[in-house]
Design a protein. Structure first.
Length: 422
């Protein structure tokens, strides 16, 4: 535990459950020192020990910014001027200290995560049934996903897994739902609620879970939500640039595309906002970025044209509705859905083909979906090849019929000759 936290100027220390809050309050009211950006400090004990040592070597004003209050008042008796001292990451030394502490914590977390990832001597009871697994932690995660449709992410993206599972086990013992965190009267009611509501996942807004996900240790002072928001902003900027580039490209190729409108029509990825100008580029992007090889899947399942149309429309519809295409779990946004599908490896079709191979998916989710146009082209090419093959076979049959007619005519001549001889 990151205690005790020593005072920066006196001998008092803080070590109880609210040590950080008491430390900050003491520094403000007793020594007029303000620590800003508290979420960026990964080790309060080390942070305080460092500045305590530095303040013993030189005056406080050598390190901290000075903030003077009541500078505009003329009534100095009623409103006396006071000096406060600010420690924040705008000060180069303070920023470097925070970064070093963050890196030190990340290295420690990576060591723990590597030890957990490679351990094969664990004992892992399932959260939902009596089955117990011996060996690597991945076994119980795979079991809970396959049998109970429950996932908290890929094992390689988690840390302090044993503690995490114990927290979830205590929630179940308290008859509390993982996602909405409501409490129920008995276990059957809770199970039925989680099944009907698809609440077989943890609440992403509960920051108590942040310590168990590696993404929360990667950037200084940022949670996974902030990282996602930054990614969204970058995606929006890239999307705008791609729209401008796509518009320019379409304008330049306006008359060229008149002869074959689908050959260079931009195609959206089935999963994200990426826009490609060719079908092959879109297929390559989905295979590399999402591990979803559309042509390979169609070949493996031996899909005809209409089945391919249903597959594409199914994926489009699920992503539009923020539903996983594999486990059918529902999410609040596309970003949450893509995070889930990436962590769980769910860029794949459901095991039951009737889920997507359904007549309702013959109707497109988006009007003028260019992906479907290329499926039409492939089908047309196949039909053309088939028609050409049929024509060749018909021509061969005609030749064969002509040969048979010639042979029949020859036989008639032989018969006539025989009759004449008689």
């Amino acid at each position: 535990m990151d205690v005790p936290i020593p005072c920066l100027l006196c001998e008092q220390c803080f070590s109880d459950g609210k040590a950080r809050e008491e430390f900050l309050r003491h520094m403000l009211y007793s020594h007029k020192i303000v620590v800003h950006g508290t979420h960026d400090i990964s080790s309060w004990k080390c942070y305080a020990e460092y500045w305590k040592r530095r303040f013993s070597q030189a005056p406080l004003t050598e390190f901290a910014a000075v903030i003077r209050t009541n500078t505009q008042t003329t009534d100095t008796l009623q409103f006396p001027s006071e000096d406060f001292f600010l420690l924040c990451d705008s000060l180069p030394e303070d920023k470097q200290l925070r970064q070093r502490l963050q890196m030190r914590r990340l290295e420690a977390i990576l060591r723990v995560q590597e030890r957990e990832r490679t351990a094969t001597d664990g004992r892992w009871p399932c959260l939902f049934c009596t089955q117990v697994f011996s060996g690597n932690r991945a076994l119980v995660f795979q079991h809970m996903l396959d049998v109970h449709s429950f996932s908290i992410g890929q094992p390689n993206n988690l840390v302090f897994v044993e503690e995490f599972l114990e927290v979830l086990r205590q929630k179940l013992s308290s008859l509390q739902c993982f996602y909405c965190e409501k409490t129920f009267k008995d276990m059957p009611t809770l199970k039925e609620h989680m099944r009907k509501k698809q609440h077989k996942r943890v609440n992403p807004s509960n920051h108590g879970y942040d310590k168990y996900y590696m993404v929360n240790y990667l950037e200084l002072g940022k949670t996974w939500e902030q990282v996602l928001k930054e990614d969204d902003k970058e995606e929006e900027e890239e999307e705008k640039e791609e729209e401008v580039e796509g518009a320019d490209l379409l304008k330049r190729n306006e008359w060229e595309d008149w002869q074959d409108s689908s050959a260079h029509e931009p195609i959206f990825c089935l999963f994200c906002k990426t826009l490609e100008v060719t079908f092959s580029a879109a297929v390559h992007h989905m295979a590399v970025a999402h591990d979803f090889d559309l042509p390979a899947i169609c070949r493996l399942l031996q899909l005809d044209h209409y089945s391919q149309v249903k597959l594409v429309n199914y994926v489009r519809r699920q992503i539009y509705c923020h539903c996983c295409i594999h486990c059918l779990s529902h999410f609040e946004s596309t970003n949450e859905l893509l995070v889930h599908m990436t962590l769980c490896g769910h860029f794949k079709l459901p095991l039951n083909s009737s889920t997507w191979n359904n007549p309702q998916y013959l109707f497109p989710t988006y009007e003028n979906d260019a992906m479907l146009c290329f499926l039409d082209m492939d089908s047309a090419e196949g039909n053309a090849d088939s028609a050409e093959g049929n024509a060749d076979r018909a021509e061969g049959n005609a030749d064969q019929a002509e040969g048979n007619a010639d042979r029949a005519e020859g036989k008639v001549g032989v018969v006539e000759g025989s009759v004449g001889g008689l």
